[in-house]
Design a binder for this molecule. Sequence first.
Ligand code: HEM
Length: 410
Amino acid sequence: MDVSRRRFLSGAAAGAAGTALTGGMLIGGAQADAHAAAGGQAAADSYPFHGAHQSGILTPGPSGKQNASCYAAFDVTAKDKGALADLMHTLTDRARALTTGGAAPDLGVGQPPADSDVLGPDIPADGLTVTTSVGASLFDDRFGLGGHKPKNLTPMRIFPNDSPEPAWLHGDLLLQICANHPDTVHHTIRDIAKHTRGAMQLRWKIEGYNSPPRPSGTGRNLLGFKDGTANPTGGTAEQLIWVDDPTEPAWAQGGSYQVVRLIRMLVEFWDRVSISEQENMFGRRRDTGAPLDGTNEFDTPDYGADPKGNVIPLDSHIRLANPRTPDTADQRLLRRSYNYDLGLDQNGNIQSGHIFACYQQDVKRQFETVQTRLVNEPLIDYVQPFGGGYFFVLPGVADAQDWYGRALLS
Ligand code: HEM
């Protein structure tokens, strides 16, 4: 089923049950009513697959992201550039089909079934986005792409205080899979791994979940603080994240540099820290999310009125991350992070933390500058970055004939 037909049908079905149109998104029936009653913006049933940019970065909805995610890094095992192009075609086809939804074909009783049926016979779109990006290693000598690498795409730098674990680092290709429910995320990664077997192999994978607004505003991270409050929005966000730069390769225009950092949180240790110390580390109130010189979550901190950091410490996370000066305005980036849980470590400590993901036009000007200012922040005693990588989000798939990386690989 093509995207417009599917959207038409889901719109018609939702219409029968009572449809709400919120910010261009169709939301149906009871879900829309419940959400409207809560005064919030509901999760979307589907996001467009085709467009100038990939979906899954500037995604509307609660906290600006779906509730469940998976970050899956792959080593590409395709033999040459032609096989890599075939892989990209397959990936595009699967991502298009899964984000659109619909019934899987019946292959008959003599064949393994086309779909796992984890989501039942009529696969729902369930707010799924698949965001495909590539790592610096894809541009080595295997595929002859050396001359086409985005200019600042390198392996992720190891920063002071990082505890890198090689099994959780880098990758030729990264899929960010986000959906309204975790079974949709599982169904998607399983389908894609099955269809791309022999051409790429999973290297590391981690599942994430998002907290709903409690009681309101932005969702919280596992340290208990609202996370995502000061993200750029609207046109400002567009200008900060999409590559639009004649010194970058032509194929890369409309893409975005993506940084994923897997950051363990020492939550047991954190829970023994006083509230004032916790709040001074971030520069915000834990209950409301307001900056320490304000009252409401979205109040703007006034650093000019507090030059010595008597109210918001000079080494607090928010003040170091964004000093809010004219010189640092173009260093802002878009964060879209998730919580993770990985069970226990070998000492019986809770293994959980933060899948930090951010998007920007220039990984050096934005992420690396901000991360360098944060290197010795007091928060570092309670967190431990151990994995992730730098990736480049491919420009969007324009239409039904287009495919991921066409301009790079044709
Ligand atoms: C475990 C690691 C981290 C945690 C728990 C964390 C948490 C937070 C929290 C609670 C806020 C305040 C609310 C908000 O505006 O979202 C914040 C703001 C921010 N964080 Fe982080 N963060 C982490 C890592 C990072 C990293 C690695 C970077 C980038 C290198 C970063 C960049 C920022 C930026 C740019 C802001 C917004 C500052 C502003 O504009 O006022 N954070 N973070």
